[in-house]
Design a protein around this ligand. Sequence first.
Ligand SMILES: Nc1nc2c(ncn2[C@@H]2O[C@H](COP(=O)(O)OP(=O)(O)O)[C@@H](O)[C@H]2O)c(=O)[nH]1
Ligand SMILES: [Mg+2]
Length: 426
Amino acid sequence: MIFPNVLTIFTYISIPVLIFGEEVCYRNKLDNCDTKKMPAFRYLFYDVNPSEGFNLRRDVYMRMAVLAHKLKHSNDPILNSFLLVLPPWSHLMHWGYSEDPEQIPWSTFFDISSLQKFAPVIELHEYFSYLKNNKYTKSILDKVYILQHYEDMFESGNFVDKWSVEKCQKPPKLRFFHYTNITSNNVQCLSFHGPATKLSEVLKQDKSRTIMLEHAEVALHDMFGSQIYWQARRSMRFNFELRAIANEFRQLYLNSSDKDDNTYLAKDWKDDKPKRNAIGGPYLAVHLRRRDFLRGRPDDVPDLKRVAEQITEKLEELELSKVFVATDAPQKEYDELNSLLLPKYEIYKYTASKTVEKKYSAGGVAIVDQIICSYARYFIGTSESTFSFRIQEEREILGFPTKVTFNVLCKDKKKCKKPSLWKIVY
Ligand SMILES: Nc1nc2c(ncn2[C@@H]2O[C@H](COP(=O)(O)OP(=O)(O)O)[C@@H](O)[C@H]2O)c(=O)[nH]1
Ligand SMILES: [Mg+2]
């Protein structure tokens, strides 16, 4: 488990919500704060529906990052002073968390300086250390907007971009990020339809310094696949150590290196250019999503026999002998798949050491799996999995021809759905 020190301190301080005193900085009531120590920034916090997984959260980050990027470049001082506070990774359904909050910072998974070259982001613990330096132990956010869909939108088919403060459809939450010391006395529900950048209209009429957007997934992409979309996406470079772990695995087991595979990236993502000349390592990669997908999408997920057939077919066609399998399947299912492949084929799976698992959690292991899949000569994903979508994007950035990326496992050969092609053009 990963606890930045400052966070542990705050985790265990339990406080009633309504406290007036020196310890609390009501940031919209400046008489309560030491104004000389106040930075000129406004802070934009956000969070996502708790049941959403890692890879949809990454997608929501891109929408918020595009908003923060546009705010920063606005000429309006009310808008261009916002910092986007990254919500720690806590209690992700698939990560087998214990009862303790985890609050994993973004730097565990991503290179923060790469993110900051696109959007003005800070970690939540940095915001905390600012409070701590000023002897505040709790933060009462000036305003919280809980985003919700318009109730009648789907029935009426009226999808006009709009927003309005309305009655809450569900009882509002008053604790945020699994902390007991972040709350607010000013929570409103915001019915919203439109792209994330439309939220700037909300932020413009609200002069609060600290604003939280709950259920940020309600806001959509400005333009999926646009130039700014790909800038945001490129800026999400993984933590260097995770990249090094994946590269070592490629080298050691899959005979794969950037030099041979033609998969070099520029040191700074801003220098990346669209290309289509990546070759990839001499292996097939498959993302085999099981567990909840077996129950939730029974029409899309093939049985293991059918998976083995598709792997064999592709290995023969590509004249390859190695397949790398990234999967959330229990070991038993992986072993079964292995037994269904002819012995002349070598099957590989990344298993993290105890040290790596402890340091990076299930999220880091998933990222190493994603990276290894990204460098393969040919990739087959699982239909509708956001885990597979993020691999496809990574392969677009690395410069693979689209036909070796946009493929999915089929339940039934005759009516196999082709995945959407989200090509990089910028
Ligand atoms: N290590 C590893 N974890 C996986 C794999 N596929 C799924 N998972 C886990 O299951 C979660 C899947 O959730 P999510 O990111 O929401 O993707 P989606 O549900 O497939 O759209 C990931 O965050 C991982 O924790 C895989 O191939 N390797
Ligand atoms: Mg999911």
